[in-house]
Design a protein around this ligand. Structure first.
Ligand SMILES: [Fe+2]
Length: 295
């Protein structure tokens, strides 16, 4: 069961055309009407977005830029200890601003000349086939809002910190970007929803929450770990298993908690061989065999 839907706040378009983000009562911004109005306005930008046109500018407050600056600084310190060399090189290559939230258009303009990837604004959850499929064409769906300023180091949903510090930095690496593309090609190739879910789970346990041996220690390359202030300190203590496509594609996970089972690649070459090779060739039949063997 893929549970990403519970992770994103639902977005509703009312009869009068207004867009409303339905934050849960437990969300840090639930009781802040100014934040909620901004979330609605930012979601409306994505709902109204016309592909191929520049991404509209989101309005952020000074406090929100300060959240970005704080989180960027804290994560950069941790990345030096916990991120792979390939990711750290990609951070240098992309050169994101550290003092303010970059606009998604700006992220696209930095990324495109490096690896051909561009961002598309997303209001919330994007259907799996669409989200993964367009990776094959070099498009990445991204939320544009930032977490509530009262909890700068925590977010219940994937925000622009996750999408940009986690994913855009990874997408600035030629080798990681290639993996995103072949994941997209796999999502396009498979036909059944079950096979698509399997492909998406392998993505989850690698490009979102993957770890590998790098510089003789366990380091993270998954965007979910690299953008999470809490999780990045914890992953070395989790249940670390060898890279295994059948296990990754069939292991259940709870998106609302820290990932307690992680899969370790021996190296980036190993990741490319095993996971890149799987995505490059998988189809409904090969996935059905993997599922049967995993039982
Ligand atoms: Fe993500």
């Amino acid at each position: 069961m893929f549970e990403e839907a519970q992770y994103f706040a639902p977005v509703a378009t009312r009869d009068d055309g207004t867009v409303e983000v339905e934050l849960a009562a437990s969300h840090p911004g639930f009781a802040d009407p100014v934040y909620r109005a901004r979330r609605n306005a930012i979601a409306a930008l994505a709902v109204d977005y016309v592909p191929g046109t520049p991404i509209p500018t989101a309005e952020y407050t000074l406090q929100e830029h300060e959240v970005w600056a704080l989180v960027s600084r804290e994560l950069a310190t941790k990345h030096r200890v916990y991120a792979t060399a390939e990711y750290l090189d990609a951070v240098e290559r992309l050169g994101l601003p550290g003092d303010r939230i970059p606009q998604l258009q700006e992220v696209s303009e930095l990324l495109y000349p490096l690896t051909g990837f561009r961002y598309i604004p997303a209001a919330g959850l994007v259907p799996l086939r669409e989200f993964y499929g367009v990776l094959a064409d070099g498009f990445f769906h991204s939320t544009q809002y930032i977490r509530h300023h009262s909890t700068p180091l925590y977010t219940p949903e994937p925000d622009v910190v996750h999408e940009v510090i986690g994913h855009a930095n990874s997408l600035a690496s030629d080798r990681y970007a290639r993996l995103y593309r072949v994941a997209g090609e796999a999502a396009r190739r498979v036909e059944s929803d079950a096979a698509l879910e399997f492909v998406s789970k392998v993505f989850w346990f690698t490009l979102e929450f993957g770890v590998m041996t790098d510089q003789d220690e366990l380091r993270a390359y998954g965007a979910g770990i690299l953008s999470s202030y809490g999780e990045i300190e914890e992953f070395r203590g989790m249940d670390i298993r060898p890279l295994d496509i059948a296990r990754m594609g069939t292991t259940q996970y709870d998106i609302t908690k820290y990932q307690d089972v992680l899969f370790r690649a021996d190296s980036l070459d190993h990741l490319e061989d095993v996971v890149g090779g799987f995505w490059a060739t998988c189809d409904d039949e090969s996935i059905a065999r993997l599922v049967a063997d995993a039982r």
